[in-house]
Write a protein that binds this ligand. Structure first.
Ligand code: ADP
Ligand code: ZN
Length: 605
């Protein structure tokens, strides 16, 4: 264990282990198997990298993310760790070099995709070398219940038979019990100790706001809080990702679309730019993100609602892996609820599957409509205890008022009923508000008893009422037609005055959190110096064709600004600076820090 700590400090430049890292490493060093569940950014990689370096032989890392292997390996080489990867993108000559290196026991770590690993040729090669351990990353890919099932992962069942003496560790950020069981069973990890870290991501602020004009709202969020930051904007459709990316570019941001309909070269180019340049915004469908381990994604914005809390948590989890403050921001409105409900009903999945999906969507809508702490609700969903108030999500910071919506809800429901359960919310609201437009006249709805009975609320408020009624299943969306609304079993008692409903009073203007801002300011006491350090990092990255964060994370630069190291010993004290990086980059950064004249008005931290 002492050796592990030494590697943590000298090679990785970190002061201490986090969470379960130390115990997991201890288990692997003792030759045991392990199953580690940790949230994104929790520090999974160290758990297998360090024991692989200590145990004799090479650690084999199985990962589905071919596109990222190169960067992962570059980052390790930067730390002075002997690492390589084998995948289909490599030329024959490099493959031969790596194979020779393996046979000569020259590698600490080898990254490999499952399909490659399971080729007879590779297995035969591995049988000739000493293996320190197998690490199966993104282990939930073996589960058919999970959302990222990959057939190739099933064949990993062979590993325990072929390599019975080699310890195996499976890692994932996916929590749920059923997936966990399937991983253990399929990967033969029955005797593995299970390590479950808390799933809370304390540095992420969760915010969900009513959608009014999504573009304007997004722009305002970016302008006031993320002027130069890198982030991801998720949209439901391919077309929309392109439209939003174009529009953001017109607004002066560098925004690139990403979806499965774009050719592989374009997708690769956009992903590379996102990783290598600073301040890029990716506007993407869910096709983007698995395994993106860019640490400095400062925000994840959703313009459309994810289909489940699992998806929401995974997507928002891509923000702030470096532990610094990050935002999970979403707008959602009546149309989203209608669209998702409709898509679900129209899908040709069997009824059983639909029931599960409906359940998941209900939970997601529940999270949107909640008036108590969002973080608490999220963690509760994953079965984790947490304080009732986190103090750091939108509902904690700006408490939501509720109002007795019983009368309004009854008016809305009877309007649905009287007009024959054939119309969408927009028309129903026109009827309630007594608007005699052509559609109203065409159906003679000005004659209905509900015509004009809703004058106490304006259109936006009625939209909020309908949204909440649909989200809470007092109304369903018709499978066919254009979002026509129908009553449900639940609506009867409400219509008959037997139950009450309380509705949330939507905040009209979105208020960002003050606390977060203050924190960011305190962290960067001298933004000018930070900019200089970033420029230096950029130059070093470009020279070597690497993403900047592979040189140093933002958090490391921020520490430099705060502690102003004056010599190599002090530089080594900075979190994220190990011996190799001290030697490679110490002088460049120290020179800048020494030569920097702080502006007179700078307040010291
Ligand atoms: P995961 O794979 O679980 O999402 P990573 O292994 O990529 O997370 O680690 C997330 C970030 O935290 C990385 O930037 C990593 O360097 C950093 N990190 C990991 N362990 C520690 C530690 N003990 N101290 C400080 N930083 C750490
Ligand atoms: Zn909260």
């Amino acid at each position: 264990m002492e050796q592990a700590l030494e590697i943590l400090r000298n090679t990785f430049g970190y002061h201490s282990f986090r969470g379960d890292q130390q115990d997991i490493i201890g288990d692997l060093l003792a030759g045991h198997d392990a199953l580690a569940l940790m949230p994104t950014g929790g520090g999974k990689s160290l758990c297998y990298q360090i024991p692989a370096m200590i145990r004799p032989g090479t650690g084999i890392i199985i990962s589905p993310l071919i596109a990222l292997m190169q960067d992962q390996v570059s980052a390790l080489l930067q730390l002075g760790i002997k690492a390589a990867y084998l995948n289909s993108t490599l030329p024959v000559q490099s493959v031969q070099e790596i194979e020779t290196g393996l046979l000569n026991n020259e590698l600490d770590l080898l990254y490999i995709a499952p399909e490659r690993l399971l080729q007879e040729r590779t297995l035969a090669l591995l049988e000739r070398i000493q293996i320190a351990l197998f690490a199966i990353d993104e282990a939930h890919c073996v589960s058919q219940w999970g959302h990222d099932f990959r057939k190739d992962y099933l064949a990993l069942e062979q590993l325990p038979q072929r390599f019975p003496a080699v310890p195996r560790i499976a890692l994932t950020a996916t929590a749920d019990e059923r997936t966990r069981r399937e991983i253990r069973q399929r990967l033969g990890l029955d005797r593995a100790k299970v390590f479950i870290s808390g799933f809370n991501r304390p540095n992420i602020q969760y915010r969900i706001t009513t959608k009014l004009e999504e573009r304007r709202q997004l722009l305002r969020f970016l302008e006031t809080e993320h002027k130069q930051d890198a982030g991801i904007v998720y949209c439901l459709s391919r077309k929309k990702t392109e439209a939003i990316a174009d529009w953001l570019s017109e607004q002066g941001r560098t925004a690139l679309p990403y979806h499965a309909g774009l050719g592989p070269e374009i997708r690769h180019r956009h992903q590379q730019r996102f990783l290598r340049e600073e301040g890029i915004i990716i506007v993407a469908t869910i096709a983007f993100g698995m395994g993106i381990d860019k640490p400095d994604v400062r925000f994840v914005a959703h313009l459309d609602l994810p289909k489940s809390i699992e998806a929401y948590y995974q997507e928002t989890g891509r923000a702030g892996r470096d532990g610094r403050a990050a935002d999970a921001w979403m707008v959602y409105g009546l149309e989203d609820v209608v669209k998702l409900r409709q898509m679900l009903e129209q899908s040709d999945a069997d009824e059983n599957h639909k029931r599960i999906e409906r359940h998941k969507l209900d939970a997601m809508l529940g999270l949107c409509e909640i008036t108590s702490c969002r973080r608490h609700a999220l963690l509760q969903y994953f079965g984790e205890e947490s304080p009732a108030q986190c103090g750091f999500c939108d509902t904690c910071l700006h408490p939501i008022a509720t109002w007795d919506g019983t009368t309004a809800a009854r008016k809305a429901l009877s309007c649905v009923y009287r007009s024959g359960q054939r119309f969408g919310a927009r028309h129903l609201i026109d009827v309630l508000l007594g608007k005699e437009n052509s559609k109203v006249r065409k159906f003679n709805h000005q004659r209905l008893s509900v015509f004009g009975i809703g004058g106490e609320l304006d259109m936006e408020q009625w939209r909020s009422v309908f949204r909440q009624l649909i989200a809470r299943r007092f109304l369903t969306v018709d499978m066919e037609g254009f979002g026509s609304l129908r009553l449900t079993d639940q609506s009867k008692p409400l219509l008959q005055g037997e139950t009450q409903v309380f509705l949330r009073k939507d905040n009209k203007v979105e208020k960002p959190s003050r606390r977060r801002r203050d924190e960011t300011l305190a962290q960067v006491s001298d933004p000018e110096l930070l900019e200089k350090l970033k420029a230096c990092r950029k130059q070093l990255a470009v020279q070597q064709g690497l993403p900047p964060y592979v040189i140093f994370h933002d958090a490391t630069l921020v520490e430099m600004v705060r502690y102003l190291p004056a010599n190599p010993e002090e530089f080594l004290q900075i979190n994220g600076v190990g011996l190799n990086k001290l030697e490679k980059y110490g002088e460049s950064f120290l020179t800048i820090i020494r030569g920097h004249q702080p502006a007179a008005k700078t307040i010291s931290p």
